[in-house]
Design a protein around this ligand. Structure first.
Ligand code: HEC
Length: 111
């Protein structure tokens, strides 16, 4: 049986990621998707509305990458105070923040 050399979708996606613009700290949106999975429950990335708990949560999907990076670093460093977000960002590395910001800046899972 002949082997087919068709290029897989995953490989194409990997190539596309390599071609993405280079930022000061390069965020990997695919890694960010996984790291941001815990954020969805509150930030309701898909439809911008939070079902439960029912308090108001700012929209983060689609915000500017630099803004998201600055906000998460401010929470991590305690310059911006909010118990939940201080806890969320507290254990993030610069790379984590870059990845998450890259993912969210592209709109998260919203098409
Ligand atoms: C338990 C609920 C909850 C979870 C989980 C959560 N957040 Fe938040 N987040 C909030 C709330 C509430 C605020 C508003 C805090 C404030 O007023 O400063 C906020 C604010 C933010 C902001 C600032 C938005 C702005 O407009 O300035 C960013 C960025 C953010 N969150 C990112 C994340 C990321 C990334 C994750 C996952 C790693 C996450 N959040 C997980 C509740 C949550």
């Amino acid at each position: 049986m002949k082997h087919s050399w068709r290029v897989s979708g995953a490989l194409l996606a990997a190539i596309a990621l390599q071609a993405a613009p280079v930022w000061a700290q390069k965020g990997d949106a695919e890694a960010g998707r996984i790291k941001a999975s815990t954020c969805v429950g509150c930030h309701g990335i898909k439809d911008y509305s939070n079902v439960y708990p029912t308090y108001r949560v700012p929209t983060i999907a689609g915000q500017h990458e630099a803004y998201l990076t600055a906000a998460l670093k401010a929470y991590r460093e305690g310059q911006r105070k909010h118990p939940t977000m201080n806890a969320q960002a507290g254990s993030m590395s610069d790379q984590d923040i870059a990845d998450i910001a890259a993912y969210l800046a592209k709109g998260g899972d919203k098409e």
